[in-house]
Design a protein around this ligand. Structure first.
Ligand code: FES
Ligand SMILES: [Fe+2]
Length: 376
């Protein structure tokens, strides 16, 4: 690779080529910038102004895009977030990069390229991009010094819970905390990715909804013999939407073979993150933090972090299989919503039952936050 020669061109070629190239580049970048095709002047996170999404609350949040273990040096991973194709990669030094999956030269996917010497080399003309997104080599013109605007758009990235989180905008909050994740008294595991061709807010509503248990998860989370949902309290505060002490009958909640009532507390803490705490009759506690990644307005990928205080009684492999089963049962209904987008206030489209007060509060809260992406 001609990386070093590109950075130190001969004086004579440099003065001729750079003048011509920079004039051309300046014209090109002004045109591209006004068309919203390239980043502004540096590989900084894209701003809301030139994003395709109007609501900052969605654009500026963190979303799970992969498991940390998926990222191995030498591997380019294409993912999608909020309708944007991204490419993830990890340097030998351990830095994780989340970029637009698009070469700024002729717009082909960088995920089709290769990682060489801590750079991503595009498959089309071999331009190489360093971890900060800047082009550092142009094989067709070894003496050409790429202008600073020749950069791939890069995004904020963090790891937590063994997952990789990306924010496309300006992060306004930390990644949600999960108090029991590092508590030695709790066992823990992660499930996902759970891809689904459905709207992400519909997935959160489904997570907050016990009334479907007796029909969708009959025999494991509910029974048609006892489908009643008792009244429960809902509150909205600055931390989100809370559903307090939702009592529901389940056929075998603590492994004794006996049906009994369980108690759920739910919390929607971000538009696309929700948590639950389930109390079993024998005192066992199960906590779930559910991350929903909107790949588009009508598709999502789910990720679940689970902790439980009955580590000895929990067969983790069986629990993983159980979660997969539950998710597959939910998917059929989730994918059949029409419209997929969540109606925030459309009484003509859907009506509500007393047991829907949790989802009604969630819709109201989304509206208060100004969420528009994926809603109608
Ligand atoms: S399109 Fe990537 S190098 Fe030309
Ligand atoms: Fe379900």
């Amino acid at each position: 690779m001609a990386r070093s020669s590109a950075q130190t061109p001969s004086p004579s070629r440099q003065s001729i080529d750079r003048t011509a190239c920079e004039q051309h580049a300046a014209r090109f970048f002004r045109a591209s910038l006004s068309a919203g095709l390239i980043c502004n002047t540096s590989p900084m996170p894209q701003t809301l102004e030139n994003s395709p999404i109007a609501d900052s609350v969605i654009w500026n949040d963190w979303y799970v895009v992969a498991r940390s273990a998926d990222l191995q040096p030498g591997k380019l991973i294409p993912v999608r977030l909020l309708d944007r194709p991204l490419v993830l990669w990890k340097t030998e030094a351990g830095e994780i990069c989340a970029w637009d999956d698009r070469c700024p030269h002729r717009s082909v996917k960088l995920s089709q390229g290769k990682i060489v010497d801590e750079t991503v080399v595009c498959s089309y003309h071999g331009l190489a991009y360093a971890p900060d997104g800047r082009c550092v080599s142009v094989p067709a013109h070894p003496d050409y010094k790429p202008p600073k605007q020749a950069c791939v758009r890069v995004y904020a990235v963090q790891e937590k819970y063994g997952l990789v989180f990306v924010c496309l905008g300006e992060p306004q909050q930390e990644i949600p905390d999960f108090a029991e994740w590092d508590d030695p008294d709790y066992g823990r595991f992660m499930t996902g990715p759970h891809p689904c061709k459905a709207n992400g807010y519909r997935a959160i509503e489904n997570f907050l909804d016990v009334a479907h248990f007796s029909f969708v998860h009959e025999g494991i989370l509910g029974s048609r013999e006892k489908p009643e949902v008792e009244d429960y309290q809902v509150t909205i505060d600055p931390s989100g939407v809370w559903l307090h002490d939702v009592r529901y009958w389940q056929p075998d909640p603590d492994g004794t073979g006996q049906g009994a009532y369980v108690h759920y507390d739910y919390w929607a803490l971000r538009p696309l993150v929700a948590a639950l705490r389930k109390k079993m009759p024998n005192g066992h506690l199960l906590n779930i933090l559910y991350f929903v990644t909107p790949t588009s307005e009508e598709e999502f990928v789910g990720w679940m972090a689970l902790t439980f205080n009955f580590r000895d009684a929990m067969d983790e492999a069986a629990a993983q299989t159980f979660q997969e089963t539950v998710f597959a049962q939910d998917s059929e209904n989730l994918e059949s919503h029409f419209p997929q987008k969540l109606p925030l206030y459309s009484p003509e489209l859907e009506f509500h039952l007393p047991c829907d007060r949790g989802s009604l509060a969630y819709r109201k809260w989304l509206k208060q936050l100004g969420v528009t992406y994926g809603t109608i």
